[in-house]
Design a protein around this ligand. Structure first.
Ligand code: RIB
Length: 311
């Protein structure tokens, strides 16, 4: 493991330009509503998590793909300014950079992502970086890139004993054999239900039964399942098999975009420092809480000092 105050983390994931509209409420089907504001800010789950790690002083490299357009250039420049190593971001000719259309309303958000170049991040791109993955303390992956690329990242990290954190967002089914190579899985409740094949749990029930779904994923081989529950906090499987919850830190919410990214990145950082699961979740919960108090996914990511001095 590298310097205990500066873990080495490889993020494999997406870069998007976020087109963010703020409104009092999101429109229902067929409806037009007036919004309160519009901003264009750097985003993408991979890039957000890389920036969050850089703000925590981790040594962070992002492996991903961008288009050969202005958005791609702007996103890489912003990552550079935050101190992320961008040398492994591929520029794909003739393809647009990923774009996310986001509606922020009623203390929540909804997002449509057009992946563009992100879907050109291939398993071969990951294979080329095997040595980097071998040297890292943690590999952190999300799912705005092809599933085969996600699996290649997990396989190579597991092969070299590098801790694997998978933030399965947006969730898609994964090959059964990959689960046993995941050290930490960080779904929200919707992603948990999709991965557990229990989408019906989200319908017609006041409370989805996350315990049953978390146990199903653990039975499939995932070593640690941590479910983010928004304002309810996070649920995790303790060593003795009991499911415990950690309450969320109460804050004034401005923008929830990127809260899941803040959580997964801070968890990866803490695990990279060798912290135990409970302590890492506590740290991640603080990071997520602070991230929603500011507008913008990346602008909201807290520094190490902010987390250490909060709450
Ligand atoms: O997790 C938040 C991110 O999801 C946004 O920045 C947007 O780009 C989408 O990828």
């Amino acid at each position: 493991m590298s310097d205990r105050r500066c873990p080495q983390v490889v993020v494999i994931g997406s870069l998007n330009m976020d087109l963010v509209t703020r409104a009092e409420r999101a429109p229902v089907k067929g409806e037009t509503v007036l919004g309160q504001g519009f901003d264009m800010v750097p985003g993408g789950k991979g890039a957000n998590q890389a920036v969050a790690l850089a703000k925590l002083n981790a040594e962070c490299t992002l492996i991903g793909a961008r288009g050969d357009d202005d958005f791609g250039g702007q996103l890489v420049k912003s990552l550079d300014q935050h101190g992320v190593n961008t040398s492994k971001i591929k520029k794909v000719p003739g393809v647009t950079t990923g774009v996310a259309t986001i509606v922020v309303a009623e203390e929540d958000n909804s997002i449509i992502v057009v992946p563009g170049a992100n879907f050109h991040c291939t398993p071969e791109d990951i294979e080329k970086e095997e040595e980097l993955i071998r040297q890292a303390d943690v590999v952190l992956i999300q799912m705005e890139i092809p599933v085969e690329t996600v699996c290649k990242g997990i396989e190579l990290a597991a092969k070299h004993g590098t801790t694997v954190v998978l933030n399965p967002a947006p969730a898609r089914k994964l090959p059964a054999e990959i689960y046993s190579r995941i050290d930490y899985l960080t779904p929200n409740i919707t992603e948990l239900a999709i991965l557990a094949g229990e989408e019906a749990e989200l319908q017609d029930k006041p409370e989805p039964r996350y315990e049953k779904m978390m146990r199903a994923l653990a039975d499939n081989g995932v070593k640690h399942v941590i479910t983010t529950l928004g304002e309810e906090g996070a649920a995790y499987l303790a060593a003795h098999g009991e499911i415990l919850t950690m309450p969320a830190y109460p804050v004034h919410v401005i923008d929830t975009t990127g809260a899941g990214d803040a959580f997964s990145a801070a968890l990866a950082f803490s695990l990279g420092l060798g912290k135990p699961q409970k302590e890492a979740i506590e740290f991640a919960s603080k990071a997520a809480a602070l991230s929603v108090t500011r507008f913008g996914a990346q602008a909201g990511m807290p520094s190490l000092a902010e987390i250490e001095n909060a709450f």
